[in-house]
Design a protein around this ligand. Structure first.
Ligand code: CA
Length: 129
């Protein structure tokens, strides 16, 4: 009888250990980045920039190819962009309205916030390296 009790306690301790391990595993980030980060050293990938839904490069990400000439960003992304990362040596030109109309601005480097005025306004863009 005593042996059975000891075994039961041992099993409970073992199970608690498993739960703890599962909890730790559950803390892993499950989000998978849709856009590979720039390789600043090799400059590989042909990316010119990445645009983000939220400031500080959060939310959905949209990859911009070098040489992009996009007169309309698309319904999903229209008036959405809040931060951008532009590859070293490249320039992202943005426009307030479709067909490169309205206000115009250029971004270089890492821009954690495009600014109060440009926030959720970009509708067209070009990107050159
Ligand atoms: Ca707009």
């Amino acid at each position: 009888m005593r042996r059975a009790i000891i075994s039961a306690v041992g099993a409970i301790v073992f199970l608690m250990g498993c739960d703890e391990a599962e909890e730790l595993a559950g803390e892993d980030e499950t989000e998978v980045a849709e856009v590979a980060p720039f390789d600043e050293v090799s400059g590989r990938g042909g990316e010119c920039a990445t645009m983000y839904e939220h400031w500080h490069f959060e939310g959905e990400a949209k990859r911009v190819e070098a040489g992009a000439y996009v007169s309309f960003i698309g319904n999903l992304w229209n008036d959405v962009v809040s931060s951008v990362k532009v590859r070293s040596g490249c320039v992202l030109n943005v426009f307030e309205h479709a067909d490169f109309a309205g206000a115009q601005n250029s971004f270089q480097g890492s821009v954690p916030f495009v600014g109060e005025w440009w926030n959720d306004k970009i509708s067209a863009y070009t990107c050159d390296c």
